[in-house]
Design a protein around this ligand. Sequence first.
Ligand code: HEC
Length: 157
Amino acid sequence: MTKKITGFIILFLAVFIGTSAMAQMPDADPKELWNHITKISPYTQWKFWDDHPGMVKGREPHGSFHKVYVNDQAYGSHSAPLKYGAIQVKENYNKNKKLMALTVMYKVKGYNPDDGDWFWVKYSLSGKAKPYGKPAGCIGCHGGRASNDFVLVHEFE
Ligand code: HEC
């Protein structure tokens, strides 16, 4: 009996914590997302994929070097598709390792079901978003890996 009650309490807490974490997630909106990744949950405190740590030499068009930070929802996704709420922030550096721009993928339920429900944004360092939304460019290039949920730097099982 006590076990059952403990089980219920744990379930209740999990649902409660889960929904309140979701409630804090931004809409598919470039300003809200910028606020989230710079102030509410600064992305520089997130994790890297285990198979893509720190500064890595990149392929075109994103620039010479990059770092890809992932939030808990992304890091905790062990198979494709990623969990809703997953965010990946890619810092794009030039050949002199100077930070130039951020490119971001944010998984939002119902946003774009045909293409993995990703909200795509390229930000300048001051947070100006261009392009954002469902850019054909981002989707076209990443779409070759739709089976890996459009993620290129990390392999899911
Ligand atoms: C011409 C191909 C191409 C286009 C267009 C493109 N990407 Fe990428 N993207 C890549 C490659 C290749 C990588 C893997 C890292 C690397 O080698 O630079 C990548 C990695 C990423 C990552 C790191 C997570 C992952 O999926 O691996 C993010 C975030 C990202 N791109 C966002 C964007 C956004 C936002 C756009 C549109 C503004 C975009 N990309 C357009 C090729 C592309």
